[in-house]
Design a protein around this ligand. Sequence first.
Ligand code: HEM
Length: 455
Amino acid sequence: MAQDSLVTTLYTDAVQFMKSYFLLFLISLPIARGLFKRYGSPLRGYPGPFLASCSRIWRLWVTYNGRSEHDHIHVHRKYGPIVRTGPNELSFASPEAAKDIFAVGKGIQKTDFYWVFPPAESPDVFTEIREWKHAQLKRFTVQPYSLASMQKMAPAIEDVERELIDKLDSFAKGGKGTVDLGDYLHFFAFDVLGEVAFSHRYGFIRTGTDVDGCIKYIDEVQWYDGFVGQVPWLHYLGRLNPLAPYLGLSLKAVQVTRMALEELGKRKQLDNNGRPATGQDDLLAQLIQGHSRAPDKFTEADVFAVAHGAIGAGSDSTASTMQSFFHLLLNSPASYEKLVDEINAAHAKGTLSDPVSASEAQDLPYFQACLMEAMRLRPAVGLNIYRKLPPEGMHIDGTYLPGGTEVAVNGWVVHRDKTVFGQDADDYRPERWLEANAKEMHRHMYQGEIWRYWR
Ligand code: HEM
């Protein structure tokens, strides 16, 4: 009986305490959780922003700000080559770390960041998290994405080039007003991808508009995915929320999606081994051929996802690279003149066709140097790219890390490594690519890692 009353008293006191200090309790709970994450983790010895070690709010904040690349450069300069960017996350600055993180066949996985990217029901090579399925998808896409396949599409790509040049010439001859070159480079990327993927010209350059709002759509989707992907469960409050249509968060079927679906239907009816009526092996044709060889391993849904994904993954990245190329070059009159001189000299020698072919462009060293310098200073992806370590853990750049740790690199950080790219790594100086160290720099370019990862 006495014991019963003791329990009752304790219970009543506890309830009374909770009632009196409820607010304090509510506030202290996330603080205690954050401190536990900070100090209870095997990563506690790594430096980084205080908030980042306690919660992913720091990651959300820098992504929301839209200056993630600059924030990561800043934290690496402040804290060193390894920075704790989340409770269970480390960001690396060295090119050697990038090699370890993108190593193939070591059990390193994509994180659930990729899970929020559409189409959820049928992930493509970019969004697939399961390693075995990703490897399977890659087997069917390496050939269609290869340089050799792209070269076969050269006539169609050159045709789009001509259209762009004619359009820009017409503006120049008109002599009135201004034209946004950045917009036209984006239009160009879309029209090229339409040709490469579906043998279809979307008409971005012809109309001089963002056809069907595709660019705006991809911008919005990427902004949402980039932000929500930092804390993927937020997706349930966003696009997966039953109220999403009323909050304007639902995905709409823009022309890119419709085109992929319609073309797929048309090609099936044509019965021309996946090719369009004009007969070329574009990306969709090669994917359909892969599906015919192994329908159970590379399904029709995979064909759609990969073809559709190519437009999403390929349009913004190429547009952004071309925009960076021109932005940096046009802001550097000396480099601009040097490049124009190189092109004029090659033209005078008769070594350039109209339009210039890819192999002729390879023989323009200063042009190649400007291109590499643009990709070095302003790589298309500004977010940290995270991967999850296998359960047994592994060494990244010589440091052992426990299984499940999320490790990342950011191209903007890696490409400013002074030991590889020189003391003036922050500056735009295409000449560095024509000096003795060029081979070493090529070896450490971030897209090189992605490229090797692809093969
Ligand atoms: C200059 C142009 C490009 C740049 C700088 C670029 C950059 C990148 C980067 C950094 C990634 C890794 C992203 C991540 O894992 O989170 C990536 C992945 C990918 N890119 Fe590109 N990209 C370019 C052009 C293209 C084009 C034209 C296509 C397709 C037509 C494409 C398709 C893909 C795909 C499918 C992936 C996922 C690969 C995988 O996870 O296995 N990219 N790209």
